[in-house]
Design a protein around this ligand. Structure first.
Ligand SMILES: [Zn+2]
Length: 139
C-alpha cells in the first residue's frame, strides 16, 4: 500500500467515524415497481421470484441523485421500470417489528413480541421497510 493510499484510507475512515456511517452499507440494484409518497417499491435485479419487490422508505436523510446531481425525491418524476441503485446502512434493513395496535401508542415499537408498555395490549407483528440512505437514478 502506498503512502497516498494509506492517507486516503485514513481520511475516509476518519470521515466515517465523524458522520457515523454504518460499517457495512448494503447496495441494492433493481427497477422501480411502484412509487408512493415517501417510499418506493423496487424489483431487485438479482431476485429469483417474480414477486420479489421490496419497499424502501425515503426519509429526509435519504441522499437522492439523478444523473449524478442532487435531487429532491418529492420533486422528481420517477418512472416505473427505471433503474435505481439503493444504499441501505447497517441497522436500517427491512425486518419485522412489533407495534401497539392503538394509534395513540404509535411510538411503541419493539423488536420482540410482547405487551405494550403503555396500555398492556398484545403487540402486533408488522413488516418494516428498509430505510434508504441513498437513491441513485441514472437520469
Ligand atoms: Zn398500547
Amino acid at each position: 500500500m502506498t503512502s497516498v493510499m494509506r492517507a486516503v484510507l485514513g481520511v475516509v475512515m476518519a470521515m466515517a467515524v465523524v458522520v457515523g456511517v454504518a460499517a457495512k452499507p448494503a447496495t441494492f440494484k433493481g427497477t422501480v415497481a411502484l412509487v408512493e409518497a415517501g417510499r418506493l417499491q423496487v424489483k431487485l435485479a438479482d431476485a429469483k421470484a417474480d414477486d420479489a419487490a421490496v419497499w424502501f422508505d425515503v426519509t429526509d436523510k435519504t441522499k437522492v441523485t439523478r444523473g449524478g446531481m442532487h435531487a429532491v425525491f418529492n420533486n422528481i418524476r420517477v418512472n416505473l421500470g427505471e433503474a435505481v441503485t439503493i444504499v441501505v446502512n447497517e441497522g436500517d434493513e427491512a425486518g419485522i417489528e412489533y407495534r401497539c395496535p392503538m394509534k395513540s401508542d404509535a411510538d411503541v415499537v419493539e423488536a420482540q413480541p410482547g405487551k405494550c408498555r403503555k396500555c398492556g395490549m398484545n403487540l402486533r407483528k408488522t413488516d418494516r421497510a428498509a430505510k434508504a440512505a441513498e437513491l441513485q437514478f441514472a437520469k
